[in-house]
Design a protein around this ligand. Sequence first.
Ligand SMILES: [Fe+2]
Length: 247
Amino acid sequence: MRILILSDLHSNATALDAVLEAAKDRWDLSVCLGDVVGYGPDPNSVTARLRELGTTTIRGNHDKAVTGLMATEDFNPVAKAAVDWTRAELKPEHMAWLSALPKGPLETDGIVLVHGAVQDEDEYVFTPEQALEGLLDSNAGVTFFGHTHHQGGFSYQDAHLEIVQIRPRAMESFAALRVEAARRYLLNPGSIGQPRDGDPRAAFAIADLEHKVVEFWRVPYDVQVVQKRMRSAHLPEPLIQRLTLGR
Ligand SMILES: [Fe+2]
């Protein structure tokens, strides 16, 4: 069974379309690690698409903020402005769907899904120190996380923690990670709607654990057409510009 792993879509419908086109006929079921909305210009169409696909989805901090489940006082002014804009834009039925999303960790189809860390859905996992607890505590050998918008992750075996540095190069679409049965993994598919690891292409992953492989994908999309929609919506300029850089 091949699982399509989506994360941090952030209301970017053009990037999501490019991902679904690239992944076409390559997956059997889909999951999403949260942050469906926030930042981008297309909260309704992105939410509608996930609902149509029947994607098993957990909530992210932006989904919580937009639906009022989390205060935005810890958000920077730019992120908060996007939350307010999204809240005004979302159709009630999509708002209701987003507010009912379960919290991670969620066990499904042999993997565990979290938005941030295993122990705290809102915590960022950037470093091996931050990854260790989740690697030890998760209920599955392979756990997928989002939130940092950085593709890659960590693995652990016999008291040794390793950084999984696996990102497709500029001319490649994907890089494959061989999964070892005795090793534990905390893997981030990267962000579809707002990558921050220096590669502006939309990121996702496809896991096929029966064949012991996780593919980390990058696909280009029309960034300028998204930026144009963001300008029309008067979304903050820094959010628009960072899509060009993937930072
Ligand atoms: Fe995010």
